[in-house]
Design a protein around this ligand. Structure first.
Ligand SMILES: O=P(O)(O)OC[C@H]1O[C@](O)(COP(=O)(O)O)[C@@H](O)[C@@H]1O
Ligand SMILES: [Mg+2]
Ligand SMILES: [Mg+2]
Length: 335
């Protein structure tokens, strides 16, 4: 049997191939993966332990926290706080950035994460994941302020996710394409199994929470109506629909076989200009999708160009196969 490259070997080789890239990311990513392996092992055994269900509290988004949301958040904080790589961390589950412990050197990176994405799926044994985005701190060596985190997605130096599915996988980019790794649980290593992942330009699969149809804007209704009309409509072919309810799992499918994923603007809750969070859901996924040859937009602007105004800002998201994303964008322009 041929064993593929480990994540550590791949990172070293990638740094050698791209001497312009910052090499310090390899140890950071390896430390983060220790936490993700731990989270994956808990997700796997959640039914055997008393860690399913609601934690009994709400996060800053006003959403019910699951026990595993809280545990996963804590696992990443503990794994990363003492490493010296970071000047700060921010998470979906914390109102404010985490302040590193006294006595730890402040490093040059900022880590943003969604510790457990799709967490309402844990109790029903459906794939969930962890999403992360890494930025450079504007000022290294001191505690990061909220403003330090508010950089557009184009400034990400690395982004990715782990998906806890039928196998645990890591998919990441440092701006040199997208690579996927499968955890071999027997040896505890992520092995390079998915080289240079690409999103095909065309697709016949789409993902959207169709129950929100009546709240969407006209361009999105027009686009989905056309897809649903199938062979008998303007598109003259049938489309298929998939919606996992974990963004990580839906994006993972698109990175493997194409598709378009949409959580567009809707009028369901006037306080929310979208459901997904810019800094630790939309930006990292947009970076991955663009690096794989796809596109990511709000309908009105490229996601990676958005100048953030708050840590937990929400944005509309339309991403995936380029020709489909471009078509929705055109409908917005024609509006
Ligand atoms: O409940 P809906 O409308 O299907 O929304 C599902 C979406 O919400 C999310 O679950 C939000 O993520 P969290 O579980 O991290 O809050 C996405 O992963 C997913 O795409
Ligand atoms: Mg999420
Ligand atoms: Mg989450």
């Amino acid at each position: 049997m041929h064993i593929g490259k480990t994540l550590t070997q791949f990172l070293l080789e990638e740094s050698r191939r791209h001497p312009e890239a910052t090499g310090d990311l390899a140890p950071l990513l390896n430390d983060l993966m220790v936490a993700c392996k731990y989270i994956g092992s808990l997700v796997n055994r959640a039914g055997l332990m008393d860690i399913r269900g609601a934690a009994g509290a709400e996060n800053v988004q006003g959403e019910q926290q699951q026990k595993l949301d809280v545990i996963s958040n804590e696992a990443i904080l503990q794994a990363m706080a003492w490493t010296g790589h970071l000047a700060g961390m921010a998470s979906e589950e914390m109102d404010d950035p985490y302040v590193l412990p006294q006595g730890v050197a402040r490093g040059k990176y900022l880590l943003l994460f969604d510790p457990l994405d799709g967490s309402s799926n844990i109790d029903v044994n459906i794939s969930v994941g962890t999403i992360f985005s890494i930025l450079e701190a504007p000022v290294a060596g001191r505690d990061a302020t909220v403003e330090d985190f508010l950089q557009p997605g184009t400034r990400q130096v690395c982004a990715g996710y782990t998906v806890y599915g039928s196998s645990t996988m890591l998919v990441y980019t440092r701006g040199f394409g997208v690579n996927g790794f499968t955890l071999d649980p027997n040896i505890g290593e992520f092995i390079h199994t998915h080289p240079d992942m690409r999103v095909p330009e065309d697709t016949k699969e789409y993902a959207i929470n169709a129950s929100n149809y009546r709240f969407w804007e006209a361009p999105v209704q027009r686009y989905i109506d056309e897809l649903n009309a199938g062979k008998s409509g303007l598109r003259e072919r049938d489309f298929n629909m998939r919606w996992v309810g974990s963004m990580v799992a839906d994006v993972h499918r698109i990175l493997n076989r194409g598709g378009v994923f949409m959580y567009p603007f809707d009028t369901k809750d006037p306080k929310k200009p979208g459901k997904l969070r810019l800094m630790y859901e939309a930006n990292p996924m947009a970076f991955l999708i663009e690096q794989a040859g796809g596109a990511a937009t709000t309908g009105r602007e490229r996601i990676l160009d958005i100048q953030p105004n708050a840590l937990h800002q929400r944005v509309p998201v339309i991403l995936g196969s380029r020709n489909e994303v471009d078509r929705v964008t055109t409908y917005y322009q024609e509006q």
